[in-house]
Design a protein around this ligand. Sequence first.
Ligand code: NAD
Length: 454
Amino acid sequence: MHQLVQRQREYFNTGASVPKQFRIQQLKKLRSALKENEAALFEAIYSDFKKSQFDTYVTELALVYQDIDEAIRKMDNWTRKQRVRTNLVNFPARSYILPEPLGVSLIIGAWNYPIQLSLAPAVAAMAAGCTVVMKPSEMPAHTSTVLAKIIGETFPAEYFTVVEGGVPETTELLNQRFDKIFFTGSTHVGKIVYKAAAKHLTPVTLELGGKSPVFVTENCSSLKLAVQRIIWGAFLNAGQTCNSPDYILVHRSKEVKFLELCKKEIAKRQIAVEHGNYSQIIDERNFDRLAALIDPDKVYCGGGTDREQRIIEPTILQQVSFDDEVMQDEIFGPILPVIVYDDLDDAINSVRKLPKPLSCYIFSNNSNEKKKVLERISFGGGGANDVVSYIANPHLPFGGVGNSGIGKYHGEAGFQAFSNYKGILEKGNWLELPLKYYPYSKTKLWWIKQFFKF
Ligand code: NAD
């Protein structure tokens, strides 16, 4: 690992990864390599999750292609030096902000979207002019192997390489000095990564999880459409999505109708692996963890499990309270608890007492309610009258806050995550004001105070 990082550092120090043309060429190379290997990627994801090509394209590849295209299109804009005003104290001078790549980066991916969660940060790193050591999650083993093969065949290891493995390999990587660490995964491991980064004062982006609430208020007049959108987001990839609805807060007046519509919607969409719109649970450990969260007394619909196939039916739990087991941690599976509330302010306060979530959503036709929820709760990103899909807008920064993460990415936010912005002042030589030089006087002090005002 040490040699690997050393080779990348030497390569980075040659400046080869920095020119704009180089960055664009590499991004195009990555796009072509992925296109050529799409069949292998579809097959790998199917082996790991039993997921359809449609789902894999929409939730994995499309987002990476979009980030690549956006980075190529915006390269001139993002890399330009940005002129800013100079204040009077510094007169005469011109000032600007100059982005530079941070250097050798380490990207650690999570298992739930193993292509996108490793490659989208890599795209941001390449766009910023960094070199990349990428460690995809070991759990979807087929996908990890295919990614390593594609990257190995496309790029020299001193520029972009994949290290496969689990905890021992990641620990060894974290002992090295990187210039940037970008981690996606659990809050627990995020803290381990943050500690390791602190040893070298390495800047981090931590993309973590959390319990993302969905409010369905008494003023949600398009309840059928709300349910359609919620059910899609909640059971996409069998709920193994970081920003999917973790639980519902529904106003008492809408509870019965909401539950009925959820049941109908699940039946109508025929959510099942064999229909290409569902996934297996990633492994037996997670299957057992999830199965234990299903309280039979609270099952409104679903609840069926098949351990051999690692399938859990889309499950809605009713009459749930914040004290229930299912509300103690991020669920990360196809179980959707429904909590009833009477007063929106109380419901907001309950959410505010919990760790800050990655996402928060509200379904309402009332702008005051939307404003209240979106402004008073601290969360990474989210929105009104939709779930999950904000991640697909490259113009929005994506990432958590507090327990759900540090830093943002996608689009320009990704470029910024792998860049250092130098503040530069270029002084003119044709005038030198004597005010800052010794000997000081009351008059000079009066003048300097005036100068600082502008
Ligand atoms: P995880 O934290 O178990 O693993 C993530 C990565 O860390 C893997 O590559 C793994 O090999 C490595 N790792 C695991 N244990 C380690 C250790 N002790 N030391 C060093 N490295 C270690 O997370 P996961 O199970 O892969 O993913 C699920 C979590 O990720 C959920 O909490 C989910 O919300 C979160 N997530 C967040 C986002 C986001 O963008 N914010 C996206 C996807 C998943």
